[in-house]
Write a protein that binds this ligand. Structure first.
Ligand code: HEC
Ligand SMILES: [Cu+2]
Length: 357
């Protein structure tokens, strides 16, 4: 008996403590939340949520109150029998009318919000093409001639229109504070647009929200909402070709990547970076993997999963699958280079990558 109580007590304390820790983590970082919307469309959705929430609170309090009242008022007591009721036309009309009113109160604002959310983007909207891939996001700005991956910048207070697709399985595109979620389908274009209303230094977090294989949970992205001036600067820098290597070490790395020499395996197949990756202005023209032209300008690697540091890049190139399960195993996936390159070679490659600002 004592033992049972101890276990129960432990579970109770444990659950309270873990809820507390859970709350802390969500509170400290930028949460992926819908209840703090920062775009016109996200506000429309949030207003509907708030309306339904308070209606539910009202219904809950009314029903619970009525149950408690009836249970006490008409209960069986010594000398009093529990009361039974059979039919009451007035009440029946009332409890048909009230739900109809509630449903209408929800339906009318919903029916007015959905066409706005689904409408075509205004003509001045910034166009961004996004393609979901196992397990990262490719972003293109067709009018600005920019290609990047997993991190985008958009200017505040200008509509952005996303043209959403997938090149393999079904993914989904969602930035809880800004907009979505929209399915990313192979061979079918979906659209979504919104106007971000708050520029800030920290990114808005986005994520794939349709299970898409081993590393689905590691498929994240970041949206930076910039003041116009900062956005223009970003655009200018992204339109440049990849930098030439500066330091001696970086020059070695550049040679390794661009000459493809070190990557001939025992059975003779070349699996150099240039097969899959692009560095604008060089012979690295691969289209299968994230564009590396400005890899050093991004704050994260591996689809928002790890900070873009020297240490993480070394780990990534040595063995990407150890950092993101499934990456090397899938066909066309990034090879495990610790099998072909020395740690010194990998370090020189990373030194070059970090100069690609
Ligand atoms: C067979 C194709 C392939 C080859 C060859 C390849 N990669 Fe990759 N690489 C990928 C894919 C696919 C990803 C995206 C993985 C993900 O995030 O799920 C990636 C991701 C990366 C990233 C992270 C980019 C980002 O923005 O998240 C870096 C850096 C990188 N590769 C560097 C290299 C280097 C350096 C080489 C050569 C030594 C190389 N890759 C060779 C396919 C390849
Ligand atoms: Cu996915």
């Amino acid at each position: 008996m004592l033992r049972f109580r101890k276990t129960t007590f432990f579970l109770f304390v444990n659950s309270i403590f873990s809820s507390f820790l859970f709350g802390c983590s969500a509170w400290q970082s930028d949460p992926q939340t819908t209840v703090n919307p920062k775009s016109d469309m996200a506000v429309l959705i949030q207003d509907l949520y708030v309306l339904v929430f308070w209606l539910s609170v009202g219904v809950f309090i009314f029903i619970m109150g009525a149950i408690v009242y009836v249970s006490i008022r008409f209960r069986e007591r010594p000398g009093v029998e529990a009361k039974q009721f059979h039919g009451n036309t007035k009440l029946e009309i009332l409890w048909t009318l009230i739900p109809i009113l509630i449903v209408l109160t929800i339906f009318l604002p919903t029916a007015s919000a959905i066409p706005k959310i689904k409408s075509d983007a205004p003509a001045n909207a910034l166009q961004i093409d996004v393609v979901g891939k196992q397990w990262w996001f490719e972003f293109k700005y067709p009018e600005l001639n920019i290609t990047t991956a997993n991190e985008i910048h958009i200017p505040v207070n200008r509509p952005v229109s996303f043209n959403i697709e997938s090149s393999d399985v079904i993914h989904a595109f969602w930035i809880p504070q800004l907009g979505g979620k929209v399915d990313m389908m192979p061979g079918h274009l979906n659209k979504m647009w919104f106007t971000p209303t708050e520029a800030r230094k920290n990114a808005y977090l986005g994520q794939c929200t349709e299970f898409c294989g081993t590393s689905h949970a590691n498929m994240l992205f970041r949206v930076f909402v910039d003041e116009q001036e900062d956005f223009d600067k970003w655009v200018l820098s992204q339109q440049q070709n990849g930098m030439k290597a500066q330091s001696e070490l970086a020059k070695e790395g550049e040679k390794l990547i661009l000459n493809n020499i070190a990557f001939v395996t025992d059975n003779g197949t070349a699996i150099g970076c240039v097969t899959c990756h692009k560095i604008e202005g060089t012979n690295a023209m691969g289209m299968l993997a994230p564009d590396l032209t400005h890899i050093a300008s991004r704050s994260t690697i591996a689809a928002g999963r790890y900070e873009n540091t020297k240490e993480n890049l070394i780990k990534w190139i040595s063995n990407p699958s150890r950092m993101k399960p499934g990456v090397s195993e899938r066909s066309g996936g990034m090879p495990i280079y610790e099998d072909y390159l020395t740690p010194e070679q990998i370090e020189s490659i990373v030194t070059y990558l970090l100069e690609l600002k």
